[in-house]
Design a protein around this ligand. Structure first.
Ligand SMILES: C[S@@+](CC[C@H](N)C(=O)[O-])C[C@H]1O[C@@H](n2cnc3c(N)ncnc32)[C@H](O)[C@@H]1O
Length: 374
């Protein structure tokens, strides 16, 4: 039975028993059982309900009619004092994370509860009125200790994180996709709008966040994601499957080493390891202990990959093709200079949501050939 059918059934059932606002009552009841807010019921109306949910809905309907109670009153009777004790538990979790000096202690506690209770963070308050099952309590505790005592990043505790609205599996072998990188993806999308079947190369693909997102957002494109790490490539492949992406492939490569000479792309994009070694030493524990060093630093001044890629990219770009980099907070100017040195034109620097210069883009115009003839 689909969600819309059970909604209709519940409405008719409550109408028969002379409930006022039977549709609203039916929506509240079904939303409660399926852990969806009322509006979300209508975006999921074709979802097939599992037997267990149908039985719970029927049980509530019977109790509502038998006791002549609106749904909210029934749940209030039902829930005893769960809310008070659950909020107490949430506050204890917040205090514990604060004591352990977790930077976003309140937010992280809410994320842990939402993840375990499988509810969007904005509906957590509502969810806290319900009993938290014993295995969920254990899971909350386990995650809180990992986050507080061991300072493991939430993304790795959950094993999955969202980037540009898509889910990405993450583990200790890949950089956790950052929201800063969404700015790079956004700019790449703009560059590709006019092109029919753009060919894209993503160097240092990690979880595949950039390659897969571009593949999804520009379905006519063909994307190759490169990485030197076998373990990262395994995760990238799983992420392509998770996101049902058919136009993205991954291959092992030390920068351009696996790309045959003569192959040309419309866009080469890279978020390379760019943290200078001396800054790497002082990174917060979450990053330094849990994220792969190979994804973070070039073991030098932070410019190794910008220099190498800027120097070699011209050979693998069509005329009119673009090179787009994510850069560290103070690197944009030098990277723009490196690109200019390597004959890239129309260099643009784009800021992220915090106003930090985050993306540098240049175009291969072919003008260097003209200079040579002169
Ligand atoms: C900063 S992470 C970027 C990951 C992902 N593209 C993102 O934006 O979330 C850099 C990636 O470059 C990879 N990498 C490091 N050295 C490399 C090399 N010589 N050739 C190719 N990839 C390399 C690392 O394994 C890591 O996955």
């Amino acid at each position: 039975m689909t969600l819309i059918k059970i909604l209709k059934f519940a409405e008719e059932y409550l109408t028969k028993y002379s409930f006022s606002k039977p549709r609203l009552e039916a929506e509240k009841l079904i939303g409660h059982v399926l852990k969806l807010d009322r509006l979300a019921l209508y975006t999921n109306f074709e979802t097939e309900l599992v037997l267990e949910d149908k039985e719970v809905i029927k049980k509530y309907l019977r109790e509502m009619t038998r006791n002549k109670l609106r749904f909210e009153d029934l749940v209030l009777e039902d829930k005893g004092d769960f809310k008070t004790s659950n909020i107490e538990l949430l506050n204890k979790t917040i205090d514990y994370l604060k004591e352990k000096e977790v930077p976003e202690f309140k937010l992280d506690a809410e994320y842990i509860f939402s993840n375990v209770l499988k509810v969007n963070r904005s509906f957590l308050n509502f969810q806290l009125s319900k009993k938290i099952e014993d295995n969920d309590l254990k899971e909350i505790k386990r995650m809180t200790i990992l986050r507080g005592k061991y300072r493991k990043p939430l993304q790795q505790i959950f094993g999955e994180w969202e980037f540009y609205g898509y889910p990405f599996l993450v583990n200790e072998y890949v950089l956790i996709p950052r929201s800063d990188t969404e700015v790079l993806v956004e700019q790449c999308k703009i560059l590709l709008t006019e092109l029919e079947n753009p060919k894209i190369l993503d160097i240092g693909t990690g979880s595949g966040a950039i390659a897969i997102t571009l593949g999804k957002e520009v379905p006519s494109s063909n994307v190759i994601g490169l990485d030197i790490s076998d373990e990262a490539l395994l995760i990238a492949i799983k992420n392509a499957e998770l996101n049902i992406t058919k136009n993205v492939v991954f291959q092992k490569s030390d920068v351009f080493s696996s790309i045959p000479k003569g192959t040309e792309f419309d866009l080469i994009v890279s978020n390379p390891p760019y943290i200078p070694l001396d800054e790497y030493e002082n990174l917060m524990v979450e990053v330094k202990k849990y994220e792969p060093k190979i994804a973070l630093t070039d073991n030098g001044d932070g410019y190794f990959f910008y220099e190498k890629i800027s120097k070699e990219a011209g050979e693998f770009l069509k005329i009119g093709g673009y090179l787009a980099f994510e850069v560290g907070y103070n690197q944009a100017e030098k990277v723009a200079f490196l690109m200019e040195e390597n004959k890239f034109k129309l260099i643009a620097i784009i800021k992220d949501y915090c106003g930090i210069e985050r993306v540098v883009i240049g175009m291969k115009t072919g003008e260097e050939d003209v200079d040579e003839i002169k």
